[in-house]
Design a protein around this ligand. Structure first.
Ligand code: FE2
Ligand code: FE2
Length: 466
């Protein structure tokens, strides 16, 4: 097995083309400009100040975005909702999406360091890239704090303490996976509870080394530091990585992203998809903010935070695109093992992060079963004050039948797919199923989404306490 892998790696390595140093210089120059522009901006500082000024009561009477960015928008439930309930659904949409964003950005903090630890070993000319990645990670920490603080205050005001006590049956997979939480926690360092399984951990590390052992192997300095301290890495469970990749595989892929310059670059194709999904709805917040400002109307703190985050993230999107689309070519042609790993990661990303079409949460493309606990909570909360049976009844009406929300969602889906597809189509190492975004495309079917929801809601009804 080892000999076969090594032989494959050598074969491809022998035929690899030497990247042009002119192209490499150009990529590094683009990074320098992007980094410099980011340093000169003050959007993060603005987000920090806004967050400190937030209290829910002063922001509770207006919409934070156009109404379509509301949970259950376009469903029969939304049509019959009172104005106060519609406002709450609009605010809870912000909370739900930025809860996910906070978790995703916690992953970014981690993976920026994992990959910078690879780039830093290539040559001094990658120093500015590493500094940029470090700076982005610092910005994300402020973003995460703002999202969590605003989200927590809003959630507490709207859902109250009573709903926090709602229980699902013991042993439910929702409970086990922690998906009932609306607001993400910062990662608890990067120490792992999986440390108990040292054999598995070391095996995954060994396997990654075996598969990637070629002349380009560079084991991340960041990962080396953990090894020296004897601390195993945690597997990120939430956000855009955790939602799509099983926990043990996340650890394996972390070693991969942290061992090879090509795969370190490939992580940014994943990150770009996360940027694109966020931008897909955050752009709407920014536009709404600009319009209110132009009309001299009052703006709420959360939408203003979204606006500045949209601007801050534009630098991060540029970084993702630069590394994923261009810079990977600077390290020669990938080995067979690297290509397989990159394609498996991209495939899993498509399936788990981009493969669904939720009818109640426009702009998210995960499997809607993952959002069902959140819907249930909202319906049982003081906002709707439904009994368990009524909550399940309305979930069936909203998730298992065609309605306007599904149709609007397909527009968001197409826009995101076009954006991510532009990058994917330029990546010559991807298999056709990935390069043509076939999994995401097939997930864009309303009838398929409804059929999945019918099955998932049946399961959910069994574990929800009635
Ligand atoms: Fe961010
Ligand atoms: Fe970011």
């Amino acid at each position: 097995m080892k000999e076969q892998i090594m032989m494959d790696n050598t074969q491809v390595s022998d035929t690899k083309k030497q990247p042009s140093s002119k192209a490499r210089k150009r990529h590094l120059k683009v990074n320098e400009i992007n980094y410099s522009n980011n340093l000169e901006s003050d959007y993060t500082e603005k987000i920090e100040a806004l967050e400190k000024s937030f209290d829910y009561d002063s922001n509770s009477t207006c919409y934070w975005s156009k109404p379509e960015l509301s949970i259950f928008y376009g469903t029969p439930l939304y049509q019959g909702a009172s104005e106060a309930q519609k406002l709450a659904l609009n605010h809870l949409y912000w909370v739900a999406n930025y809860d996910h964003t906070a978790a995703s950005e916690a992953s970014t903090v981690h993976y920026n360091q994992v990959t910078a630890g690879v780039f830093s070993q290539i040559s001094d000319s990658y120093e500015a890239l590493c500094l940029n990645l470090k700076h982005e990670a610092e910005q994300e920490k402020f973003h995460i704090h703002a999202f969590q603080n605003i989200g927590h205050k809003t959630k507490t005001a709207l859902l109250g303490k009573r709903v926090m006590g709602i229980k699902l049956n013991k042993n439910s997979r929702y409970k086990k996976s922690g998906q009932l939480k609306l607001v993400a926690k910062l990662p608890e360092g990067v120490k792992s509870s999986l440390g108990s399984s040292n054999f598995q951990y070391n095996s995954l590390r060994y396997l990654s080394k075996l598969m990637l052992n070629s002349e380009t192997y560079r084991y991340s300095q960041y990962l080396q530091d953990f090894d020296k301290k004897g601390e195993p890495l945690t597997a990120i469970k939430k956000g855009y990585v955790g939602v799509a990749i099983p926990q043990n595989l996340v650890q394996f892929f972390t070693f991969c992203w942290g061992s090879s310059p090509f795969l370190a670059c490939q992580y940014y194709a994943y990150r770009y998809a996360g940027n694109a999904v966020l931008k897909n709805y955050e752009y709407e917040y920014s536009e709404y903010f600009r319009k209110l400002e132009k009309d001299g109307k009052c703006t709420s703190v959360p939408q203003t935070v979204s606006h500045y985050h949209f601007l801050d993230e534009s630098f991060h999107t540029t970084t993702s695109q630069l590394i994923a689309r261009d810079m990977y070519k600077d390290f020669g042609k990938p080995t067979t093992s690297e290509q397989v790993i990159a394609n498996v990661i991209f495939y899993l990303m498509q399936s788990g992060f981009l493969g669904g079409l939720p009818g109640g949460l426009i702009g998210s493309f995960v499997d809607e079963s993952l959002i069902m606990p959140l819907y249930y909570r909202i319906l049982r909360s003081p906002v709707f004050d439904m009994s368990a049976q009524d909550a399940l009844h309305w979930m069936e009406k909203c998730l298992c039948h065609e309605h306007e929300g599904f149709h609007l969602q397909t527009k968001y889906h197409q826009r995101a797919m076009k954006n991510i597809g532009q990058l994917a189509s330029s990546l010559d190492y991807l298999w056709p199923i990935n390069r043509e975004m076939r999994i995401m495309a097939s997930g864009g079917s309303i009838s398929k989404a409804i059929a999945n929801n019918v099955k998932a809601l049946k399961q959910f009804s069994k574990i929800a306490v009635v």
